[in-house]
Design a binder for this molecule. Structure first.
Ligand code: SAH
Length: 352
């Protein structure tokens, strides 16, 4: 039995259950501690690992946002959950077209996994980077914040409709195995929109962790100026439905089997992100489908530049990568970009 499974068993024996959020949090810690879980040989592939154009487009977007901010030097360039560090490396390479942007960037990574920090250090060895376990630890100042597939990894709570109302979904032990069950919600207010109707058995997901993160980001942008770009998979309206999933070697596996062996994520509720940002006085741009957003920012032109003069096979690989990022049957529609800003910014790519 893994250390994590043993630890979860002890906790459940002592407390009766763990919430879905506690379970997800514990699994994320153990899972990402393993290091390189990305790419064809790993468990899942993310946009920056598919095509360098993704990070390059984001780099130019950041440079334009920085110009609109009045070119503060220095400013904080913060990435949350940088994975292998590929996105930041591509971003900085492309942004060298605006040398003063790169020179003014004080780079901060929010990353808990020590093994991934080592990979990130290797990818960014030309640069000076500071790491933090939590976003709140990044020192204040004008900021550009990015996160790709960061929100989907943050813990969600699940609520299940029962005959008598909503109950929190929890994980217990039955005959030695982890099973889902429900637990009456005591006095804690349940974060479910009053109008949300559901059949008995249906599930509503809400992430306190995403809300807390978005609130902190918004407050930083409002107080210190700047912009945040969050790209993830998810839905634009809050709705009932279970989206928590476990993925190992590019296949779905059962969420409660072998905790820590698979990546656990949930769809991001972009309506909730937008509400939290607005409640904290940030301006919100989008969400917009990733394909639309990337095309508006010129991913097609970048693809042509990269392919020019290259052998047909290389040009085809570049094209395939861009198609996977932008087409509806790839990541173009399910994935969405949302941006948040402090006062006075008009962020690129969001006008439709
Ligand atoms: N952005 C990368 C990796 C996405 S995977 C890419 O697009 O390839 C999620 C990343 O978030 C990993 O780097 C993981 O270690 C990090 N992460 C997950 N939960 C976290 C948390 N609570 N705090 C800090 N980092 C976290």
């Amino acid at each position: 039995m893994s250390d994590l499974a043993a630890e979860l068993r002890t906790r459940i024996a002592r407390e009766g259950y763990v919430t879905v959020a506690d379970y997800m949090n514990a699994v994320a810690g153990a899972y990402y501690a393993r290091g390189d879980v990305f790419g064809a040989k790993g468990d899942f592939t993310t946009a920056p690992e598919i095509s360098q154009t993704f990070g390059e487009i984001i780099g130019l977007w950041c440079a334009v946002a920085w110009q609109q901010m009045g070119q503060p030097g220095p400013f904080k360039l913060i990435e949350c959950g940088p994975g292998r560090g590929t996105l930041m490396a591509d971003l900085l390479r492309a942004a060298k077209q605006v040398p003063s942007f790169v020179q003014s960037a004080d780079i901060h990574f929010v990353e808990r996994s020590r093994a991934l920090r080592d990979m990130q250090r290797e990818s960014l060895k030309e640069y000076s980077v500071t790491w933090h376990d939590d976003f709140a630890a990044v020192p204040p100042g004008p900021s550009i914040i990015i996160g790709n597939e960061f929100l989907d990894a943050l813990p969600i709570r699940q609520f299940q409709r029962t005959e008598t109302g909503w109950a929190e979904r929890v994980v217990k032990l039955k005959n030695g195995s982890f099973v889902f069950d429900t637990h009456a919600v005591d006095n804690a207010p349940i974060p479910i929109p009053v109008a949300m109707s559901a059949e008995v058995g249906e599930i509503y997901e809400y992430s306190d962790a995403v809300a807390a993160f978005v609130a902190e980001v918004s407050q930083r942008l409002v107080n210190n100026g700047g912009a945040a770009l969050l790209i993830d998979y998810g839905h634009t309206a809050s709705a009932v439905g279970e989206t928590l999933q476990a993925v190992k070697q590019h296949q779905y596996v059962a969420v409660l089997d072998n905790p820590g062996a698979a990546d656990l994520t949930a769809h991001v509720d972009f309506a909730a992100v937008k509400n939290t940002a607005r409640l904290n006085n940030a301006a919100v741009f989008g969400p917009l489908e990733q394909g639309t957003w990337l095309k508006q920012l010129g991913i097609g032109v970048r693809q042509m530049q990269l392919a020019r003069g290259k052998p047909a096979e290389v040009a085809r690989t570049i094209e395939q990568g861009v198609r996977r990022l932008t087409e509806p049957h790839g990541m173009g529609v399910l994935f969405k970009a949302i941006a948040l800003a402090g006062p006075g910014l008009q962020l690129e790519g969001f006008t439709t």
